[in-house]
Design a binder for this molecule. Structure first.
Ligand code: ZN
Length: 176
């Protein structure tokens, strides 16, 4: 994998780019290398480590992307993990109204969670308290879902500390 993580000057993850583009940014003085790979890149005139993480030397302003409240985005926010039992899966996950619709529960970020079919059925038309089921974490409106596509399990270790800011998995690009 020769993809490069690009950070803003504030160390916030911006996107993932090719190493060719990253090298260009480095050589034009627009970015600095934060983490290089073992492999060297060499030409007759230079030799540098293959970049893994680069950081822009100036701030890239970008509009806050509002995250649309969709079933898909709720599942992404919750990392496709059932918020009651922790089971994970890309398929067979449902969106549960924490306070059931029939009881006045609204369709909001704070009242929707990813739930496996088993938990959803078990909970039925009850509140978590009534069903004696606890949420793993309090559902919130995500401020931002990064527009970064990374395949699960191919993340270089060194990227982790710059991606911890996100409480969502980043394996899927979210259409604005
Ligand atoms: Zn479950």
């Amino acid at each position: 994998m020769s993809e490069v993580l690009v950070l803003n000057s504030t160390y916030e993850a911006l996107n993932v780019t090719t190493f060719q583009r990253a090298v260009k940014l480095l050589f034009s003085g627009k970015a600095e290398m934060l983490h290089g790979r073992e492999r060297m890149l060499a030409s007759p005139t230079f030799e540098i480590r293959m970049p893994s993480i680069i950081r822009m030397l100036y701030y890239i302003r970008r509009p806050m992307q509002k995250v649309a409240l969709t079933k898909k985005n709720v599942l992404i926010r919750d990392d496709h993990a059932c918020q009651y039992c922790g089971t994970r899966g890309e398929r067979m996950m449902t969106v549960d109204h924490v306070m059931p619709k029939s009881r006045g529960g609204e369709s909001t970020w704070e009242n929707l969670v990813c739930a496996c079919m088993r938990c959803n059925n078990r909970k039925n038309n009850r509140s978590p308290q009534e069903a004696n089921m606890t949420l793993l974490r309090k559902p919130r409106q995500p401020k931002y879902i990064p527009w970064i596509q990374i395949k699960r399990n191919t993340l270089p270790d060194e990227w982790g500390k710059f991606l911890f800011l996100y409480n969502v998995s980043i394996d899927e690009r979210v259409e604005a």
